[in-house]
Design a protein around this ligand. Structure first.
Ligand SMILES: Nc1ncnc2c1ncn2[C@@H]1O[C@H](COP(=O)(O)OP(=O)(O)OP(=O)(O)O)[C@@H](O)[C@H]1O
Length: 625
């Protein structure tokens, strides 16, 4: 087949552009990326050979070979792994299939310093070869295929693919180094890079320098099988980078060996930074499962619950059957036992961190709290344990607060844990719905993660105290003895509009606003604002409805209860006027009050044009008066 010229996918072209033009300070990481790919390719073939031993019969020992050639100015990274056929070659080295790519590209700013740091977190994989090479040649043959393929590119928009009859099994990546990158031909430099970044690779990485005997550069034993005291923090970190494909520090490293009914070793990491795919709809977990050091899969659903999907690392068990399909493995009862062990270990460590290093825990919580809270919603078995880990921002300062902290400072007579939900913490902290609670010094949880609406609705609360939204139904503020002395409340009560006037205003507001509101009621939760909207008992919470509407899962709006503040000057004037009878002015004000309450809630006015006209009319009258 003749050589074909193909274009890179637009996303690849962009990534390549950044890689080539960025002043990446650690160019040597290209080697880590290529060795990592080579090791994955060997892992894949080893797994396939369990059921098709003929695939490796010709060359059974896996290895990765680095071949510097000073005459040709090339560095070759060769493996005898699974290789690629023509379609795989075009797909894998011409597109980016990684989840989170879209999100990553959206975040690029064009500012090369920021973009480089972002790309560092994202990982550029194979394309990092273009940091040091002016052109790259990939010769590959898929295990079991008769023919191989040659891919070439200079990293500027296109690549070529042609048949390569003489290709060996696996993949050979040949880098034609740029003039200023000839240091990567030096054996001492290569030794150092492999030792630093790829020592943990379980397959031998060999240096083949000219006619000399191949020299193995790495330890070549699976890191997790070594004993803890033989492993340095730096080695753990490099291993984390390898399995997690990210480049931050691990926030938590947990290396354990379980012995008993079922035996397994686990090396788990909690990242510091949020992985790009954390909120992808598939909620995939990423642990790599090995059976006796043979890589089986990194897509084993049963290994961890979805709410721990940010955890990275490996699990290796000699007790799992080696010779079964990945699908069958998923349903193996031993897997459930391993899951329980892993989750218990993680929950225990998180609890310890929360108690011993609260500031450090706060950093974790700010990044992964929204995911852990999914467990409150869907993992009933472990809900009690997760409850102990959950932290909140509240109306009482900036610190994170646990249920325990909250309950410990509840006011006398308080029987509920109060919360308010919304998109923005600063905005909800200003909500009129909090006025009555603030006046009494009652603490309210400020919940701003989308998942909050879902778990709080069914949460049993903590100890004997249920959860209650300040935006729903009536309040039980009267029963709470708060910081506000009773006098202030009494004064306000005295200052309220007379009962008959208030009744007239309520009647007028109901008649004017009709079905736009569910009811109109005097409020006991407002101290400063004239009005607010609340959800009637049993109705869908307002913030939840807004979320569902934003996701097109609901299109109608539930009418809400308009509460009026009987002690507010505006309400008192309106009440007095209402007793004298309805008027166009009062009707305008009725709409303006409703729209004002909607705006505070984050909703648009019912009819923005009419709202504008009414507001101008009322202001004109005010200024003329
Ligand atoms: N040496 C190799 N042998 C076989 N397949 C390879 C090899 N190198 C790369 N590939 C294929 O090309 C794909 C893309 O590689 P690339 O390094 O860009 O991304 P990745 O390995 O999937 O992710 P990462 O960004 O974490 O490295 C790989 O997923 C793999 O399927």
């Amino acid at each position: 087949m003749a050589e074909e010229k193909l274009q890179f996918q637009a996303e690849v072209a962009r990534v390549l552009d950044i890689v080539v033009h960025s002043l990446y300070s650690h160019k040597e990481i290209f080697l880590r990326e290529l060795v990592s790919n080579a090791s994955d390719a060997c892992d894949k073939l080893r797994w396939m050979a369990l059921t098709q031993p003929e695939l490796t019969a010709d060359d059974p020992g896996f290895r990765i070979t680095l071949i510097p050639n000073k005459d040709a100015k090339t560095l070759t990274v060769a493996d005898n792994g699974v290789g690629m056929n023509r379609d795989e070659l075009i797909e894998n080295l011409g597109t980016i299939a990684r989840s989170g790519t879209g999100e990553f590209l959206r975040q690029l700013t064009g500012d090369s310093r920021k973009d480089v740091s972002l790309i560092g977190q994202f990982g550029v994989g194979f394309y990092s070869a273009f940091m040091v090479a002016q052109s790259v040649e990939v010769v590959t043959r898929r295990a079991g295929d008769a023919h191989g393929w040659r891919w070439t590119s200079d990293g500027t928009g296109s690549f070529t693919v042609a048949e390569a009859a003489d290709a060996a099994r696996g993949t050979r990546v040949v880098l034609h180094l740029k003039d200023e990158e000839h240091e990567f031909l030096e054996p001492f430099r290569l030794r150092h890079i492999v030792k630093t970044y790829s020592d943990h690779i379980a397959i031998p990485v060999q240096l083949k320098d000219g006619d000399a005997e191949p020299e193995t550069l790495n330890e070549a034993s699976a890191l997790w099988t070594r004993s803890k005291d033989e492993i340095t923090a730096e080695q753990y970190k490099e291993f984390y980078h390898h399995v997690a494909h990210t480049f931050d520090e691990p926030w938590l490293t947990l290396h354990t060996k379980a012995e008993g009914a079922i035996e397994y070793t686990s090396l788990l990491f909690v990242p510091t930074q949020k992985p790009f795919d954390l909120f992808q709809p598939d909620r995939k977990q990423h642990l790599r499962l090995y059976v006796n050091r043979v890589f089986i899969t990194d897509d084993c659903e049963g290994l961890l619950p979805a709410w721990l999907r940010f955890v990275r690392g490996v699990v290796d068990s000699p007790d799992l059957p080696l010779n079964v399909s990945r699908e069958m493995l998923q349903h193996n009862p031993l897997l459930k036992k391993i899951q329980n062990g892993l989750v218990n270990k993680l929950l225990g460590e998180l609890k310890k961190k929360a108690a011993d290093a609260p500031e450090d825990y706060a950093r974790f919580w700010d990044v992964f709290g929204p995911v852990v809270k999914e467990g409150m919603y869907e993992d009933f078995e472990r809900r009690d344990k997760i409850t102990e880990l959950v932290r909140f921002r509240t109306t009482h300062g900036e610190d994170l607060v646990s249920f325990e902290d909250y309950v410990g400072r509840m006011k006398e007579g308080q029987t509920h844990i109060y919360y308010i939900t919304g998109d923005d913490r600063a905005a909800i902290a200003q909500s009129p719905l909090l006025e009555g609670y603030r006046a009494k010094g009652v603490e309210v949880l400020l919940l701003t993660d989308p998942i909050d609406e879902f778990w709080v609705a069914n949460a049993p609360g903590y100890k004997d105290f249920g959860m209650k939204s300040v935006a729903a139904g009536g309040t039980d503020l009267a029963a709470i003895k708060g910081a506000e002395d009773d006098k202030a409340a009494e004064e306000r009560k005295k200052d309220e509009a007379p009962r008959e006037d208030l009744d007239s205003l309520v009647t007028l507001l109901k008649a004017t606003l009709g079905t736009k509101v569910k009811d109109v009621r005097p409020s006991d939760r407002l101290t400063e604002s004239p009005v607010c909207l609340v959800a009637d008992e049993g109705d869908m919470p307002m913030h939840l409805e807004r979320l569902l509407r934003a996701h097109k899962q609901k299109d109608d709006e539930t009418p809400r209860v308009l509460e009026i503040n009987p002690a507010h000057a505006l309400i008192k004037h309106m009440a007095a006027r209402a007793t004298a009878g309805a008027s166009p002015d009062l009707e305008d004000m009725a709409y303006l009050l409703l729209d004002q309450a909607r705006i505070v809630e984050g909703e648009a006015p019912t009819d923005p044009v009419a709202f504008g006209k009414r507001l101008a009319k009322v202001m004109a009258k005010g200024i003329a008066a």
